[in-house]
Ligand binder design. Structure first.
Ligand code: GLN
Length: 479
């Protein structure tokens, strides 16, 4: 049975409730599509057995009217989010065949609402990268044109939704890893406020930046998933105990009369690397917003050049510390060539980490070393504080900061893989939200002449996801 391509959970639930098909049939339908699209390399593993089992359970719950809010939601998870009894590798040889003993809090929360987790999705190794080319298990391809990257690091999560291989997915965003691939795949991706969503069970990259968030085709689904995965968790002391508003309800009952104040950073739109088609599309969007009665104003924020360097100093420092646990002893890969403890450490790490991960561990170790700590790590911390204060000042006068998500649409596979600096500049517009901790969303905006998509980014004050989601829903229907 071939089902139509659904773009929102509410449509699926309507058809499920009318008995057009069962959850089991729905899952089988997705499994078939995943199989047929294997050349995209979005999934590293399909959890077919547990997915079907869960589908049968949800079917039973549907028939006795006890199903949760995510009944009918078939979802994939990035390969750095753990799921009890299932493998998780962070797309690294280091964790190949590693099986998790527990589930991430987000996974528990999804399942408690009857979501069906269909598999784990390819990403850059330990979420370090912007193209998914750094996976130890092959590159994921953009479903629009397979010669292009999907973005990264959550490339598999983005492509799975883009190609309709699952309805939604989870990714993680440390410097743009949800928003940049969402932009390149023409879908929606949200990075929640730092602390909004528990990181328990997310394989750590840079702990003061990492945040889990959803990919989907509709703002409603993004709102519902964010609402369900958000909230305090005693297993993550950085998770906030701020109340989680009813995001979904508010998006469904949208106040279409509300007018917002939007700022855009002049330097972003004047950035020399900005593709002219992207710039024109952002300018058109600004005009449209004004025509609809919103105020949109240029502001000065002369710190753009500091963001990527501060981000790479701080995140590599944190990564070098987080990745010290992969020592060939505790868990993960152990070199068969080592004859003593020292060799166990050195060979295991040398043989199992990829080039980019090694580069970051070395950079991070360097910026934290006694002689250079003040010059790099200490200074970058100060810069982070300034960026945070200055960004929060903008939110005294505005609801959102608008920018392109990326300077261009997707690049070709291989085009930037030999130039780390070029690759790092991919993050120019996205790292601000992680440095500051604010929520940010990427919405599909347009396509370049080669028909590849690109997105619009909106950033809001910390814990203002509600406003951000409402405005996103408004914007997606604006013309
Ligand atoms: N591209 C950025 C990096 O390589 C972002 C990664 C991420 O958000 N996980 O660090």
């Amino acid at each position: 049975m071939q089902l139509k391509e659904y773009k929102a959970l509410s449509e699926i639930q309507e058809d499920l409730n009318q008995g057009h098909f069962s959850c089991e049939q729905l899952v089988n339908n997705y499994l078939k599509k995943i199989e047929e699209s294997s050349s995209l390399n979005a999934f590293l593993e399909i959890f077919d057995e547990s997915a079907i089992e869960q589908a049968r359970l949800v079917d039973r719950k549907l028939s006795n009217k006890s199903a949760g809010r995510l009944a009918g939601m078939v979802i994939g998870i990035k390969d750095n989010i753990v799921y009890k009894g299932h493998k998780v590798s962070a797309s690294s040889k280091m964790l190949e065949n590693f099986e998790s003993l527990f589930s991430a809090t987000v996974v528990d929360r999804l399942i408690a609402e009857d979501a069906i987790i269909v598999g784990r999705l390819n990403c850059d190794e330990f979420a370090m990268g912007s193209s998914t080319e750094n996976s130890a298990f092959g590159v994921t391809k953009n479903a629009q044109d397979q010669s292009y990257v999907p973005g990264g690091s959550s490339g598999g999560s983005a492509v799975a939704v883009q190609a309709g291989l699952c309805l939604a997915s989870l990714g993680s965003d440390t410097g743009g890893s949800i928003r940049q691939p969402a932009s390149y795949c023409g879908i929606i991706g949200l990075k929640p406020t730092y602390g909004r969503v528990s990181r328990n069970g997310l394989i750590a990259f840079a702990s003061s930046f990492d945040q889990i968030g959803p990919f989907a085709n509709s703002v409603e689904d993004i709102a519902l998933l964010t609402e369900i995965i958000s909230g305090h968790d005693s297993m993550d002391s950085t998770s906030s105990n701020k109340e989680v508003p009813e995001f979904y309800k508010s998006v469904k009952n949208l106040d279409r009369t509300k007018k917002y104040r939007i700022a855009y950073i002049k330097d972003c739109l004047d950035h020399p690397g900005l593709n002219t088609e992207v710039k024109a599309a952002v300018n058109r969007q600004i005009e449209l917003l004004k025509q609809n009665g919103h105020s949109v104003e240029p502001i000065s924020y002369p710190f753009l050049d500091f963001m990527v360097p501060a981000y790479y100093i701080l995140t590599t420092a944190e990564a070098s510390s987080n990745l010290a646990r992969y020592d060939g002893v505790h868990f993960g890969y152990r070199s068969p060539n080592a004859k003593n403890l020292e060799e166990t450490y050195v060979y295991s790490r040398s043989e199992a980490f990829g080039t980019e991960v090694k580069r970051r561990i070395m950079l991070g170790t360097y910026v934290l070393s006694a002689g250079y700590y003040d010059a790099y790590y200490g200074k970058a911390q100060k810069v982070r504080r300034i960026l945070r204060d200055k960004t929060n000042q903008i939110f005294d006068d505005f609801d959102f900061i608008l920018s392109p998500t990326t300077t261009n649409s997707a690049f070709k596979i291989g085009q930037k893989s030999n130039d780390p600096i070029e690759m790092y500049l991919e993050d120019i517009f996205t790292v601000q939200a992680n440095l500051v901790g604010t929520p940010a969303i990427s919405l599909p905006l347009g396509r370049t002449a080669n028909n590849m998509p690109f997105g619009l980014q909106l950033m809001a004050r910390s814990f203002e996801e509600q406003n951000l989601l409402n405005f996103s829903a408004l914007l997606m229907n604006m013309n």
